[in-house]
Write a protein that binds this ligand. Structure first.
Ligand SMILES: C[S@@+](CC[C@H](N)C(=O)[O-])C[C@H]1O[C@@H](n2cnc3c(N)ncnc32)[C@H](O)[C@@H]1O
Length: 410
């Protein structure tokens, strides 16, 4: 604080309530994985599924918080034996201490910076930047995204998450209510008074009617503060994401769950479905978001404008598929036993029917064999195999279960 200036309220918040809440003492219980920035996703969306990971790769976690993306990347890249140098940046010292302790618990290292995200270009260039849940808290998100763009090395890209408005229905009016009632109190008192208000809300209030926020509200004081007492929180709808990127000199490569941006399965009527199918990807995504009404966030990959061509991995014989997380065996048995699978994302259940034979394809996916090798292993001719694989790929790509990465060089 200089010359009586007020401390940044966002910094004050994350010093008092690092978020998300993580306990370094329980770090070894499990490796938390997520999106963006799972290394398989980075390879798939930014490097065509074919990056040589023996080449030096510099990665920045911008607004790294309590360390989720840092720990996930550091552990997986270490397991791979990849040549990756990780940097963590956050303005909150309390958050950094937790991230550092989690990394230390795993015996992993990184370079830590307590600084503003706008200083990212001074630390670069980076081949990849993670920025999850941060841009929407900046005083000038375009300046923030532009700074990240300037910090990229040629060929580099960004994975980001920003909050979305419709799945967070009720949040923004309750933030206004609490700002009016407790905005001038100290953080601990704000939490206490907010809990009193929340304990007897009118049943008609937006927050009481949104079942998808329960996990955030029940995530202790830090979760409550992050959701309802944040001093700077601006949600982006699909158009907002496109506009933010455009104004920052970036272009969208893909959302990490492309299936959530497709209105087709949300419309039963054939005539209306055809109209939706005629829309541009941006307009279709905006329609799907409004129609489903359940998106709390957008997770996406972006690169400097004009460099998006060829970034996303394609289905081809030499592509190496990987199941993300432990879902492969589960999916294979669901397809084999039920002729398809069902997934529920933020309250919306999607069913996909698939021919039973494709379950066999999943069992051939080991992160090493390419599609040609899996086809030969199953004894299918190349054309039949690619047809079958495409059937499988579409739903798995839509919900981020399968990503291409050859883990070249490792
Ligand atoms: C909601 S947390 C997200 C943390 C982490 N990325 C994650 O996904 O778990 C937002 C983080 O951004 C940091 N942050 C906000 N504004 C920042 C800025 N201008 N410069 C650096 N860090 C910032 C906060 O300190 C906080 O740790």
């Amino acid at each position: 604080m200089i010359n009586g200036a007020q401390p940044d309220p966002v910094k004050r918040q994350y010093e008092a309530y690092p978020y998300p809440v993580r306990d370094p003492a329980r770090e070894m219980d499990e490796l938390m994985i997520g999106s963006p920035s799972h290394p398989l996703e980075i390879d798939h969306f930014i490097f065509g599924g074919n990056r040589d990971w023996t080449q030096p790769t510099r990665i920045l976690v911008a607004g790294g918080g309590t360390g989720d993306a840092l720990v996930m990347m550091a552990q997986i890249f270490a397991d791979w034996g990849a040549n990756v140098e990780l940097h963590y940046l956050d303005m909150s010292e309390a958050s950094r201490a937790i991230a550092e302790a989690r990394m230390a618990a795993r015996g992993l290292g990184a370079t830590y910076h307590t600084a503003d995200l706008l200083s990212a270009p001074d630390l670069g260039p980076f081949d990849y930047i993670d920025c999850c849940g941060v841009l929407h808290h900046l005083p000038d998100p375009v300046a923030g995204a532009s700074a990240l763009k300037s910090a990229l090395a040629p060929g580099g890209g960004i994975g980001a998450m920003v909050y979305a408005p419709y799945g967070r229905a009720g949040v923004y009016e309750m933030q206004d209510v609490l700002r009016t009632l407790v905005g001038n109190d100290q953080p601990a008192q704000q939490v206490e008074l907010s809990r009193r208000l929340l304990s007897s809300l009118p049943p008609t209030s937006g927050i009481a009617r949104n079942p998808f926020l329960a996990d955030h509200i029940s995530a202790g004081d830090a979760g409550l503060y992050d959701l309802l007492l944040h001093s700077r929180d601006q949600a982006y709808d699909v158009d907002g994401v496109y506009d933010l990127l455009d104004a920052s000199g970036l272009e969208l490569v893909s959302f990490s769950m492309p299936g959530r941006y497709n209105p087709r399965p949300l419309i039963a009527d054939e005539e209306l479905r055809k109209r939706a199918e005629a829309l541009s990807p941006r307009a279709a995504g905006a329609l799907a978001e409004r129609l489903a009404g359940n998106q709390k966030a957008h997770v996406f990959y972006a690169v400097p404008k004009g460099t998006g061509e060829g970034r996303v991995a394609e289905v081809k014989g030499s592509a190496v598929p990987n199941m993300v997380g432990p879902r492969g065996a589960e999916l294979a048995s669901a397809i084999w036993e039920n002729g398809g699978f069902t997934i529920t994302v933020d309250g919306l259940t999607v069913e996909r029917n698939l021919p039973k034979e494709v379950a066999g394809i999943i069992t051939g996916i080991d992160g090493k064999r390419d599609l040609n090798a899996i086809g030969s292993m199953l004894g299918w001719d190349a054309k039949t195999f690619l047809l079958g694989f495409n059937n499988l790929y579409q739903p798995l790509n839509n919900f981020n279960f399968l990503r291409f990465s050859a883990r070249r060089g490792l």
